[in-house]
Design a protein around this ligand. Structure first.
Ligand SMILES: Nc1ncnc2c1ncn2[C@@H]1O[C@H](COP(=O)(O)OP(=O)(O)OP(=O)(O)O)[C@@H](O)[C@H]1O
Length: 348
């Protein structure tokens, strides 16, 4: 099922939780909405599910309006499954009972229900646990029950609100793989909400970065990482150093910039113009120089991250230290000869 939002707004009192949100989500894709706490992610998901009426704008599912101009299709008529952070399982029912419940209430025959339940439990590897109660499961297993329930309903669209937020890092990584497998097997359009950029990068076909009720950028994870449209998006995705530069020359997606005393060739957007700008440097863009190339910097701070060090290097009168990764120890005060392989020019 495809999902379209056109200029959707939703206010709570004077606060605009959704401020003119437009999105187009392709059928079958894994679409992640990424943003800090309170930016409106849950409100967006609830609006699509039909749990929150919108003020203005339009929401279409598979090209058909489900919300616009005062029209509001009830959640149960939208055929979207929702998985919340709290899983919302019935504690008194077994795993199988939880998965069967929506099918039974929709009036399906008993034999059809039990074979569908068995199929769905199998697909999330929960068959051995089918007679247990939710309280007798781990967080990850409960999560899978909620997924199986979505799957059983045959929802062509699954909306997930921070479903991994309660899990420890180890289980989280395992669940990420399971979610990817679930998505592949079910081919359901998946809208996944998170404030964890690492999770977004790992799972998404497309990521929408949200901030204060607005969508700042929609792109695949690699584009978002390499070509963010603003400092805000850049700062939210991955580690980086943002430093002021002066763009001297621009030629078809490449720019010559001046960073303090250093002149660099870097990538830039097509609409980049000469003048003051900000340069985005990812840690892997900075390397130790070979031969006669490069420039000198002084190590200001190092942090061991297990297998490698984050090293902050002060270069000339550049306003802040540049972050690089080294697989050997460097001491504070050491002089390093550096090279910058790439960079990305941001406006302003
Ligand atoms: N029912 C409500 N009444 C009043 N304000 C609300 C209501 N629901 C949400 N808000 C406000 O709208 C804003 C967006 O909330 P929302 O839950 O969508 O954010 P979020 O990005 O999902 O945050 P989190 O990651 O913390 O769950 C917040 O400022 C929140 O306080």
């Amino acid at each position: 099922m495809s999902i379209q939002l056109a200029s959707v707004t939703k206010s709570f009192g004077t606060h605009k939780a959704l401020n003119g949100v437009s999105l187009s989500i392709e059928a079958g894709s894994f679409f992640v909405v990424l943003g800090p706490s309170g930016c409106g992610k849950s409100t967006l998901l609830r609006a699509i599910a039909g749990l929150e009426p919108i003020d203005t704008g339009e929401i279409d599912l598979d090209g058909l309006p489900v919300a616009r101009d005062g029209f509001h299709l009830a959640p149960e008529d939208r055929q979207v499954g929702v998985v919340f952070q709290s899983y919302a399982l019935w504690p008194h029912m077994s795993v199988a009972g939880n998965v069967a419940f929506p099918l039974e209430t929709s009036g399906k025959r008993r034999a059809a229900v039990s074979s569908r339940v068995a199929e769905c439990l199998e697909s999330v590897a929960l068959t051995p646990f089918m007679h247990r109660k939710p309280a007798e499961l781990s967080g990850g297993q409960r999560q899978r029950v909620a997924l199986a329930r979505c799957l059983a309903q045959g929802a062509g669209t699954v909306l997930m609100d921070e479903p991994l937020a309660n899990l420890d890092p180890h289980l989280r990584a395992a669940m990420e793989e399971e979610l990817a497998a679930f998505h592949k097997a079910s081919e359901a359009t998946t809208l996944f909400i998170t404030h964890d950029q690492r999770e977004a990068m790992a799972l998404a076909d497309q990521v929408a970065v949200m901030w204060d009720g607005e969508i700042l950028q929609v792109a695949d994870p690699d584009t978002l990482y390499r070509r963010p449209v603003s400092k805000r998006v850049a700062g939210f995705i991955g580690r980086s150093t943002l430093v002021p530069v002066v763009v001297e020359r621009v030629d078809d997606g490449e720019a010559q910039v001046r960073l303090g005393e250093i002149t660099l060739d870097v990538d830039c957007p097509q609409d980049c113009i000469p003048g003051p700008a900000t340069l985005l440097l990812r840690p892997e863009h900075l390397v130790l120089a070979t031969g006669s190339r490069g420039f000198e910097g002084t190590v200001e701070r190092t942090i061991y991250r297990g297998g490698y060090w984050e090293v902050f290097v002060r270069v000339g009168d550049v306003s802040q230290p540049l972050l690089m990764l080294l697989n050997r120890k460097a001491a504070v005060g050491d002089t390093l000869r550096l090279d910058i392989l790439r960079g990305w020019v941001l406006p302003g």
